[in-house]
Design a protein. Structure first.
Lengths: 479, 288, 207
């Protein structure tokens, strides 16, 4: 991934541009509708889904409340099993640790399992600066990397691309990175998957170092868990001599048995399957491999400090909220300007970057215009909350963050004026009467900010008499 | 039963016919309807736009005004959901702020002057009042089906109607099939299913003007689905969503009218028949 | 203060005063239904894996038939595979048996036609097989590089659901949970079988 989200304008502008990209709209609509149907079917199959959801929420809440204790247990268990644990306060530190570990092996190439945490910290770019090439091995990540593109979905980073676009990327770019695509490559998904298999096979066989994330870490046993579909994860986790896993500190579960809850919640919510094709678990140095675990904060402890916002740390990155979101469906992931798009991104990104103060993660710049606009990138329809397998009340957090976001002066004044009117019924009545008198002068197309309404919609007719005046005049309709 | 009408600021100002329909309907069903004149707005716009200070002030007014009634009925799923879902949070936050130290934006100047100790006692009272009042606030269809226990309200509305379950009535209040059960009992009414009914229309309060392009794109799909039903009337439990969808239907000269559920349920054979074939997506006059 | 201490301190400050959240007791596993074998076979087949149900003692013939159908010439068998299963592989005409002793390189494994293994557990509800690198299963890479995996599951190994399987498995061992052949949904969220892992998964359930 060599694109960057840095310096993108605010959400409304990005979204307006995306909405007019009809190919993008078509791709997203098709994909999100497919996955919604599948998810609904496999979730409906489990009679105890709501119980599982409540258990998932409770386990995560307990973990977050006792995060220090469970992290120390994890550290001890991983160390006992022959792994080494590193702690990274921010992106720069995590990148430095990983680069030094790779340099210590003498290698200049690494293979990667799809990982949100390493995207978040910009690891590939940081490694490139030190002369290390990171090869993405997940099919969608490969499409993004070859296409010099940005990820637009948590689970399927190339969801914005359709099969014929993918064929073009493979034909043009595979040769520059390794084995070229066959000349007669079609846009049949099977053929595209086969091309990726051949392209990456020699890479897997020759790589000595792999970098992964993890879906879960078990404090009790020191076990790491990776769920995947293609087998690229298994390749990276088993073949190389050195494995480095970069994992957010919130990915913890206290007990081995807790895994059963999440192995039921995650695949069904994410790919809409009863179980994903492959899940790998390992504890410390497995089968003679050298293993390093890099525990990443990078703003997570800031999120944890917010009583309402901390529930975002329950997220297991399933992307069910993206797939059901009417806003995401129409604008795609890039508009959110972050590796975490969609509803969860709208609450996680601004919190990770720091809502109210300049943090290291925001590069000391304070809140960006884009981050400030993200809590407003929702109609508060609630579909995300309903779909979330760990019951993150995303609308609640959005509203909470809106209160913390900086507001434009004109809006502040308008809201204060509205508050003043609503403070006294007599003021409201007078305002209504004024509106009633001016009703004939309201134009069909409003100027200024009103145009945002009237560009596509008629203005409702203002009635001559408000309800309260009617009630007074008719004594409650009795006269 | 002594019922207070919570008209909501949008209906009060822009859609008085909906309020009149609620009054007519509830009286027909034997309720004594009161309209507490001191009510203004529930504060949803302020809270959801990021101004909880003003919103909390309006919430305090609301619980003061509506305390003491057996039931409070609102012709708005969204405003009823605001009171039931968000008021307890606002009250908790106000209590926490007052306990934590000098009250912030949640308390007015006078409260601030009253001192910390008294303020904290006052805040707790606010939480208690919310806990008392909020569960008594009902959306109209909820009140009819759950509290009065009726689905046949004696209405007559000879039109082809489709129903859009607004997000807050669907996922906030969990109204389920209550509106449909009421509509199915209306004489002369043909209820046709709306495809993609559960998808948001794109109104979302200030979302409609803060993200107009996305809002319009969502509404375009909703309007497309509405037109595909062949219905003459689009019905919902929220005039704000109907204003958005109806405004778009009107701009497209679709001929489909938007009518609030209350106005359909209030209509009887004595009402002026709905002018047929009038090519406007504007407000219906039927029950007014 | 190093980053470890800093992160721990920040966590403690962040949650100070927050109410304690009790850890819910682990959920009780559901009782066995007696339909595990049928459900398992059905759910494995849902992933477009090939499934056979064999009577005990008859699985050797099913192994031989499967390898013949596949046309497998060089087949890896892990150490500790039950003798009768290994014999079925060896007896398959024209088939060369490859063992992992001394350990095979990934490239060598890439050149074989298939692998025959047992497993540590099966899960009926999800149609999942779990390998724990124990006897008869081999190192993780053995079931990864070859394009064909023939896996034998005994009825007694099949748990009704995920909770029972998690309880029975040893987290100290490297586990591989397999639900059907390698697949991807990365192109238009449409599932396609066969990417990097074995593209064909064949399962023999011994009743």
């Amino acid at each position: 991934m060599s694109g960057t989200f840095l310096g993108m304008p605010a959400f409304p502008g990005n979204a307006a541009a995306a909405v007019h990209d009809s190919q993008l709209r078509f791709n997203l609509r098709k994909a999100t509708r497919t996955i919604r149907g599948k998810r609904a079917a496999v979730v409906g199959e489990l009679p105890d889904w709501e119980e599982l959801r409540a258990a998932g929420k409770a386990i995560k809440d307990h973990t977050l409340r006792n995060l220090d204790r469970h992290l120390l247990r994890l550290e001890e268990a991983v160390t006992r099993a022959g792994g080494r644990v590193h702690w990274a306060a921010d992106a720069a530190e995590a990148n430095r640790i990983v680069a030094e570990l790779v340099e210590a092996t003498g290698e200049t190439e690494v293979v990667k399992v799809k990982s949100m945490a390493t995207q978040e910290i910009g690891l590939n770019e940081a490694l490139a600066e030190r002369g290390i090439t990171a090869y993405e091995t997940d099919l969608a990540e490969l499409i993004v990397q070859l296409g010099d593109d940005l990820p637009s979905h948590i689970l399927v980073p190339a969801i914005h691309r359709n099969r014929s676009e993918i064929r073009e990327i493979f034909r043009e770019k595979m040769g520059q990175w390794g084995r070229a695509a066959p000349g007669d490559l079609t846009d049949d998904p099977r053929a595209l998957a086969e091309a990726a298999r051949l392209h990456l096979r020699e890479r897997f066989l020759s790589s000595k170092v792999a970098i992964s994330g993890a879906n879960f870490m078990i404090a009790e046993t020191g076990t790491l868990v990776v769920l995947e579909s293609e087998g690229n994860g298994r390749m990276c986790l088993t073949l190389p001599e050195t494995l480095i896993s970069v994992v957010g500190i919130e990915k913890l579960l206290p007990r081995w048995q807790d895994l059963e809850v999440f192995l039921q919640l995650l695949p069904r919510s994410s790919t809409g399957e009863r179980m994903n094709p492959y899940t790998s678990t390992w504890t410390g140095a497995a089968e003679g491999q050298e293993f390093h675990l890099v525990l990443l904060d990078n703003g997570r402890t800031d999120v944890l400090a917010d009583e309402v916002g901390r529930q975002a740390l329950r997220c297991i990155r399933c992307s069910a909220c993206l797939n059901v979101c009417p806003v995401y469906e129409r604008v795609g992931g890039h508009a959110y300007g972050s590796v975490y798009p969609g509803p969860i991104g709208a609450i996680l990104t601004p919190q990770l970057h720091g809502m109210t103060r300049a943090t290291p993660a925001s590069h000391g710049r304070g809140i960006s215009e884009l981050d400030a606009s993200l809590p407003y990138a929702s109609s508060l329809c609630g579909a995300c909350f309903e779909a979330c397998p760990v019951a993150i009340d995303i609308p609640e957090v959005l509203v909470h963050l809106r209160a913390k976001a900086p507001h434009p002066r004109s809006e502040r004044l308008a809201m204060r004026a509205a508050g003043w009117v609503f403070d006294r019924p007599v003021r409201l009545a007078r305002t209504q009467r004024l509106g009633g008198r001016l009703r004939r002068f309201v134009p069909g197309r409003l100027p200024g900010p009103g145009a945002a309404w009237t560009d596509t919609r008629d203005v409702p007719d203002i009635p001559a008499e408000s309800f309260r005046d009617w009630w007074d005049r008719t004594e409650g309709g009795t006269r | 039963m002594r019922v207070a009408l919570f008209i909501t600021c949008v209906n009060d100002t822009l859609f008085p016919g909906t309020g009149q329909a609620v009054v007519k309907l509830l009286r027909r069903l034997g309720c004594e309807v009161d309209f507490p004149r001191a009510q203004t707005c529930c504060g949803q716009m302020h809270v959801n736009t990021g101004y909880p200070g003003e919103g909390t002030r309006l919430a305090r007014r609301f619980v003061d005004v509506f305390a003491g009634y057996d039931a409070v009925v609102a012709p708005s799923g969204s405003c009823a959901a605001m009171v039931r879902e968000q008021y307890p949070r606002l009250a908790r936050a106000a209590s926490a702020a007052s306990l934590a130290g000098p009250p912030g934006g949640a308390a007015s100047g006078r409260e601030r002057a009253s001192g910390r100790e008294r303020a904290s006692g006052w805040e707790t009272a606010f939480e208690r009042e919310v806990a008392e009042v909020a569960p008594k606030v009902h959306d109209l269809s909820e009140f009819l089906v759950d509290v009065l226990g009726v689905t046949d309200v004696g209405a007559y509305f000879p039109h082809r109607v489709t129903y859009h379950p607004t997000c807050h009535s669907l996922r906030g209040l969990h109204l389920g099939d209550r509106p449909a059960r009421l509509l199915r009992e209306v004489r002369g009414l043909e209820l046709v299913p709306l495809s993609g009914a559960e998808e948001c229309c794109g109104f979302g309060g200030t979302f409609a003007v803060k993200n107009p392009a996305v809002s319009a794109a969502m509404c375009a799909d909703k309007v497309h689905n509405v037109m595909a039903t062949g219905a003459e009337v689009l019905c919902a439990a929220d005039n704000s969503c109907l204003m958005h969808i109806g405004g778009t239907l009107g701009r497209q000269r679709s001929g489909v009218r938007v009518v609030h559920l209350a106005e359909i349920l209030a209509a009887t054979e004595e009402d002026t028949p709905f002018p047929a074939g009038e090519a406007t997506g504007g407000r219906a006059g039927g029950a007014r | 203060m190093n980053s470890r201490e800093r992160i721990l301190a920040r966590i403690r400050t962040a949650v100070a005063g927050a109410p304690e959240v009790a850890l819910v007791p682990a959920r009780p596993p559901a009782a066995a239904t007696g339909r595990e074998v049928e459900l398992f076979a059905e759910r494995v087949a849902d992933y477009r894996a090939v499934v056979h149900v064999a009577e005990p003692g008859k699985e050797g013939a099913v192994i031989a038939e499967a390898l013949a159908r596949r046309g497998a010439r060089r087949v890896v068998v892990p150490g500790g595979l039950p003798r009768e299963w290994e014999r079925a592989v060896r007896d398959h005409p024209g088939c060369e048996v490859v063992t992992d002793d001394p350990p095979l390189s990934a490239a060598e494994l890439d050149a074989v036609d298939g692998v025959v293994t047992g497993c540590a557990a099966g899960i009926a509800e999800t149609g999942t097989i779990v390998l724990d690198a124990g006897p008869g299963q081999g190192r993780r890479v053995l079931t990864l590089m070859p394009d064909y995996h023939l896996c034998l599951v005994r009825a007694g190994q099949i748990a009704a659901g995920v909770p029972q399987a998690v309880a029975a498995l040893d987290p100290a061992r490297p586990l591989t949970w397999i639900s059907g052949p390698s697949a991807t949904s990365d192109i238009e969220l449409d599932r396609v079988e066969g990417v990097h892992g074995p593209r064909t998964l064949e399962v023999i359930v011994i009743r």
